[in-house]
Design a protein around this ligand. Structure first.
Ligand code: PFF
Length: 444
């Protein structure tokens, strides 16, 4: 059990806040034209992500096992078919697939710790920073090396099952991340790009938003909150009985959204002050932030610290990606934690090689349509598996699980809150996902 509600908040926030907020959110906002996309994303967080996250915590705490066995137990308690445990299985698979490419991108961040520390970006301009990133990606051995390093660190931590130290670290590092984002924001104001960056993020230009952009916003809402695959359900198994799920989940979602918006507000001013392309794709973070720190006093120190924090945020998310599989293997087969961690790491590392090569040797190898291995993994997990997982979790908790279990977990009494919850979990969340899917299939 987490020693208090706050420890769960820290762990869940550690899972939620990661590359999704700092790397992914800014670049997909750039690709999808800014404001309108951001608004759709915020709506998806509030109307779909938050209720599904509450459902996951509720299931986890009611079942108190790994997601697969929790779903089995909850299906049994509802007199429903055992097949509901498929939610857990699909989640385990999604965790593997996501971790495989997550580790590669986290490796980019680790690489930049060394690059910034070496002072490589002093006085750098946009052209220099763009070239530096392109050169790095073009070298598969380097990218592979940092992917390997990140995976080894993750497996090491997961194998030892340290949580106490991690919680303390999250408590220190999370505020520091905000401080450094604020430094970047200050740079944005001083460099004169702030107004343009702000406008890009919050001006509603609906013509810039495509059907695929809406699906992306939905998928990202799941990804950034770590919901739809059982990671939060696994953590939910340790939430103390008396903690309020609604307020706990709201706290985590607000924190997660704040980090994403802060990252966007830090990055877009740099984009516009330096004449860069907002829609340039996955390199956005790595092309913009070094320019800012390259021009700031003590930039090498701050820049190094920044990428240390990003790498740390990625580790706490990566750990949670392994949790559904790990918890199941340990509980079902009495497997040794360290053995499972190593096997899992090896599989994800191997799968990750496909992503490493997607940016160089295999750049022209397409799995389907125009999608590289990386694009494909990203698409399948983010835009299909997580929303589908979320849809089924919402349907299960809203329509299948006995009201007595739900009510006692949420501490609901009849009234407005109960009504709001029912509408969200039974109607809005499932129909929202379904509507976006249908729309994407027929008009995408
Ligand atoms: N939420 C993490 C991020 O935003 O970087 C990524 C993630 C972690 C997704 C754990 C899913 C998950 F289960």
């Amino acid at each position: 059990m987490w020693s208090s509600r706050w420890l769960f908040i820290l762990a869940a926030a550690g899972s939620a806040v990661g590359l999704g907020n700092i790397w992914r959110f800014p670049y997909i906002t750039g690709e999808n034209g800014g404001g309108a996309f951001v608004l759709v994303y915020l709506i998806c967080i509030a109307a779909i992500g938050v209720p599904v996250m509450m459902a996951e915590v509720l299931l986890g705490r009611a079942g108190r096992q790994s997601p697969i066995n929790t779903m089995r137990a909850m299906a049994r308690a509802s007199g429903a078919p055992r097949a509901w445990s498929l939610i857990g299985w699909v989640g385990v698979l999604a965790g593997f697939l996501i971790l495989s490419y997550y580790s590669v991108v986290a490796g980019w961040a680790v690489h930049y710790v060394f690059r910034m520390g070496g002072g490589a970006f002093e006085g750098a301009d946009g052209a220099f920073a763009s070239q530096a990133f392109a050169d790095f990606l073009a070298d598969p051995w380097q990218v592979l090396g940092f992917h390997t390093l990140f995976m080894v660190i993750t497996v090491f931590i997961v194998a030892r099952g340290v949580s106490a130290g991690l919680e303390r670290a999250i408590r220190v590092f999370m505020p520091l991340l905000f401080v450094l984002l604020a430094v970047l924001l200050g740079y944005g104001v001083a460099s004169g790009g702030f107004a343009a960056g702000f406008e890009f993020m919050f001006r509603m230009d609906w013509s810039a938003l495509t059907v695929d952009g809406v699906l992306e916003a939905l998928g990202h809402a799941f990804f950034t909150l770590s919901v739809g695959m059982g990671a939060i359900m696994a953590y939910g198994a340790y939430v103390p009985r008396q903690a309020s799920i609604a307020s706990t989940v709201t706290t985590i979602a607000v924190l997660d959204t704040a980090v994403a918006l802060a990252a966007g507000l830090a990055i877009f001013p740099i984009v516009f002050a330096n004449g860069l392309e907002p829609g340039q794709g996955p390199g956005l973070l790595f092309v913009t932030v070094p320019i800012a720190f390259g021009q700031l006093p003590l930039g090498a120190v701050f820049g190094t610290a920044f990428f240390v924090l990003v790498s740390f945020a990625a580790i706490t998310s990566a750990i949670s990606l392994t949790e559904p599989a790990l918890a199941f293997a340990v509980e079902e087969y009495n497997a040794k934690r360290s053995r499972v961690a190593v096997s899992l790491g090896v599989i994800c590392w191997l799968l990750g090689v496909g992503t490493v090569l997607s940016f160089n040797v295999w750049a022209d190898v397409h799995v389907v349509g125009e999608l590289t291995v990386f694009d494909f993994l990203d698409y399948v997990t983010q835009k299909v598996m997580l929303p589908l997982g979320g849809l089924f979790i919402a349907v299960f908790v809203g329509w299948v699980l006995p009201k007595t279990i739900v009510g006692s977990q949420l501490g609901l009494r009849e009234g407005a809150a109960t009504l709001l919850w029912s509408v969200l979990i039974r109607v809005l969340a499932p129909l929202g996902v379904l509507a976006v899917f249908v729309y994407a299939i027929f008009y995408g």
